[in-house]
Design a binder for this molecule. Structure first.
Ligand code: ADP
Length: 323
């Protein structure tokens, strides 16, 4: 029977991580498992910085964004010396299992760690981009798309009042899922995402058809799109319709914060609960995901980032609805 485990949040933060931490803590303590909360990702293991988590350590955090354990990227963990220090500390602390809340990079780190020490590790997907194989849901995504939709609604109000075009840049370096969903939800007139090729040329075609009949236009751009960001897109639009009044808004880190949505809190609680249950069953090196509403465990090595391909039907729908 597993007696002591550790938990950490690693990589980029995401709203809902606290709900997941709370679920892990409560489930572990309920099952008489001691829990060490490592601070600042893998750095916490290397520096032996942890808090012995109590029931009260996670009181009143389910509704808070960010992560009470703090998070970090740890270049030291990627060096042999850093890895060895982490292994020594884990051995000394008697930790038999770990729950890692993070992205695919953090899971690659977990796989490396498990090559050096016999320890059970399970992961919960924490990334606002929702681009991991092994789960339909990643912690942070639902809150992020609601934050973005709310922000674009506000921009729409002012765009309408001034008859303006707003080019809105949202997060998504490799995947345009945030842009795609929020463009549909906010009734955007155009969308540029990494998944769509030649989207700049398509945008040009659309802009040429724009007349000043509609008072506002919203163009949503994923930061990773080949067009090169909202300012370049705005310059391009301006070159076609110089008389349109145009503004650029880069939403930035506002997308990572805020109180998690109801769906976020529930799903983060589900994967946190099942992470501890999985460790108790002896599982290791797997992501705890939710696929078609079922809890599914997927080996870390398969949880690479994926790009959702945009099928022709979806592209067509976006064009039609934004026309
Ligand atoms: P995310 O988990 O959000 O994808 P990163 O890709 O930055 O974020 O990874 C988070 C951390 O995981 C890194 O800072 C590093 O400490 C650790 N990590 C990632 N890849 C490896 C690896 N190949 N070996 C050891 N540690 C790794």
């Amino acid at each position: 029977m597993i007696k002591r485990i550790g938990i950490l949040t690693s990589g980029g933060d995401a709203p809902g991580m606290n709900a997941c931490i709370r679920a892990v803590v409560r489930t572990a303590l309920y099952n008489n498992i001691e829990l060490l909360g490592y601070l600042r990702g893998y750095d916490g293991i290397i520096d032996n910085q942890y808090v012995v988590m109590q029931r009260e350590s996670v009181s009143n955090i389910i509704h808070r964004g960010g992560t009470v354990l703090k998070t970090a990227r740890s270049p030291r963990f990627m060096t042999p010396a850093g890895m060895q220090q982490a292994v020594n500390n884990l051995q000394q602390s008697g930790v038999e299992g770990l729950v890692i809340i993070g992205g695919d990079g953090s899971f690659r780190g977990a796989v490396e760690l498990s090559k050096h020490i016999d320890i059970k590790i399970l992961g919960c997907a924490g990334t606002i981009d929702n681009d991991l194989v092994g789960t339909d849901y990643t912690i942070g995504y639902d809150t992020a798309i609601n934050t973005v939709t709310d922000a674009i609604d506000k921009l729409r109000d002012t765009a309408e009042s001034h008859d303006r075009v707003f080019v809105v840049e949202v997060m998504g370096r490799d995947a345009g899922l945030i842009a795609l969903r929020t463009a549909i939800a906010s009734g955007a007139e155009a969308l540029l995402v990494p998944e769509m090729h030649n989207d700049m040329a398509l945008l040009g075609e659309r802009v040429r058809q724009w007349r000043k009949t509609k008072s506002s236009r919203i163009v949503v751009v994923a930061e990773g799109d080949e067009a090169g960001g909202a300012y370049k897109v705005a310059d391009y639009i301006k070159s076609i319709v110089p008389d349109f009044d145009m503004r650029v808004t880069v939403l930035g880190h506002i997308q990572r914060g805020g109180s998690p949505t109801c769906m976020e809190r529930v799903n983060a609680s589900v994967v946190g609960y099942h992470a501890v249950k999985g460790l108790m069953e002896g599982r290791r090196n797997e992501l705890v995901g939710i696929i078609n509403r079922e809890v599914v465990y997927t080996p870390f090595l398969k949880t690479v980032k994926h790009k959702e391909t945009l099928d022709a039907g979806m592209e067509e729908m976006i064009r039609v609805l934004g026309s």
